[in-house]
Design a protein around this ligand. Sequence first.
Ligand code: SAM
Length: 218
Amino acid sequence: MRLRNIPGAKDAITGSEYVVQNPSECRGKWDTQFPQKNPLHIEVGMGKGRFLMDMARLHPDINYVGIEMYDSVLLRALQRREKLEEAGEKLDNLKFMCMDARLLPEVFEKDEVKRIYLNFSDPWPKARHAKRRLTSREFLARYKEILDPAGTVEFKTDNRELFEFSLEEVKEADWNLLAYSFDLHHEEEMVEGNVMTEYEEKFSSMGNPICKLIASYK
Ligand code: SAM
């Protein structure tokens, strides 16, 4: 994702009704952020938010929170969201927040999250940066602090090395690998109901196979 310092991004985010401004105050009471009390699913590293906007439209009985670290990127999601609203689409079941995912346990209570989506996470190819990968054992430990025991982490990428690293980390962290594919789009069962992310569309149109894993800790 190309990052630029976009003037006004911070102000747009601070003033937006779609963005949760003090996420740690919602800990244990995320239901209060939505009109309906429903299971909570989050995407970590949502980028411009297309996946979650599509998911929120398709699944009005789920509440979604999209987490993005950079305000310049989150601004793009807000602009897309505003366009949807102008076209009459409200998506009451979707909120965003600008935050580093390392802080997840400060923002969600134990068992509060039912599903975590990780889509096309940054690969951090240098070995010394492995802890920054969103599927590292360090991040899996954070997810365990917030995820319902019956909940899942779902990860998609076209980066074979990152995917193999992630399979290894799931094993090392003693999580259960419930399903996986090295070519999601050609696996009838796993691809059913798949919603493409922005990166997924780009990389699959270039011919890259998409890998997916689903894991739980219990
Ligand atoms: N999920 C989107 C997709 O599939 O189209 C965007 C993928 S993009 C490669 C990864 C995004 O994750 C970037 O926007 C980046 O800023 C964000 N990100 C990376 N590390 C993060 C972290 N620790 N906390 C929150 N967001 C993060």
